[in-house]
Design a protein around this ligand. Structure first.
Ligand SMILES: Nc1ncnc2c1ncn2[C@@H]1O[C@H](COP(=O)(O)OP(=O)(O)OP(=O)(O)O)[C@@H](O)[C@H]1O
Ligand SMILES: [Mg+2]
Length: 155
């Protein structure tokens, strides 16, 4: 696991552009952590790298968005989904196996469904308004520590 600290939204986007270099489709990136902690900012950075950041919206109301960049990207936000059944109904299981990059905000809601290998990113506020701690790792077979906090409703 690697942890970095950013002091602005721009720096968080820059982290996203760096992370993007490791993403070879098909691959899933699960984002967890506090509300407003920078998950979408990282998604924007990833999409800048793949030349589709102009298409990024915060998909809180529409659960799934598809972007066409240098590679296809699917961006999901599970915030409003409260049960595993609701999550299954979105078709997330099939989406995650498709030949693309799948970026999932509030991935702690679907922790048990996430494929291996995958990337995990956990974002947290600090005591400074514009500062965020971002931890990430590539989670693979045999690893025990996942970065997501357990979500009582869906685990
Ligand atoms: N260091 C930072 N990195 C990222 N965003 C920051 C930072 N400092 C302040 N911000 C602000 O925090 C907010 C982060 O919003 P963003 O939509 O990326 O978070 P999120 O984790 O996706 O939120 P949500 O849980 O609602 O999906 C933005 O308003 C941004 O301007
Ligand atoms: Mg978001």
């Amino acid at each position: 696991m690697t942890t970095i600290t950013t002091d602005s939204q721009e720096e968080t986007r820059t982290f996203g552009r760096t992370l993007a270099r490791y993403l070879d489709p098909p691959i899933v990136v699960g984002f967890s952590g506090d509300l407003g902690s920078g998950k979408t900012a990282i998604v924007r950075g990833i999409c800048e790298y793949f030349h589709c950041s102009d298409q990024v919206t915060s998909p809180t109301f529409t659960i799934i968005h598809e972007y066409e960049g240098k590679v296809p990207i699917v961006h999901c936000d599970l915030y409003r989904l409260e049960t595993l059944e609701e999550i299954y109904q979105t078709g997330l299981n099939e989406i995650m196996t498709a030949e693309q990059i799948t970026l999932i905000e509030w991935a702690e809601r679907a922790a048990r469904m996430l494929p291996i290998p995958r990337f995990e990113v956990a974002c947290h506020h600090t005591d400074q308004e514009f500062q965020r701690n971002i931890s990430w790792q590539r989670f693979d077979t045999g690893m025990k520590t996942i970065l997501f906090k357990p979500d009582s409703a869906t685990t």
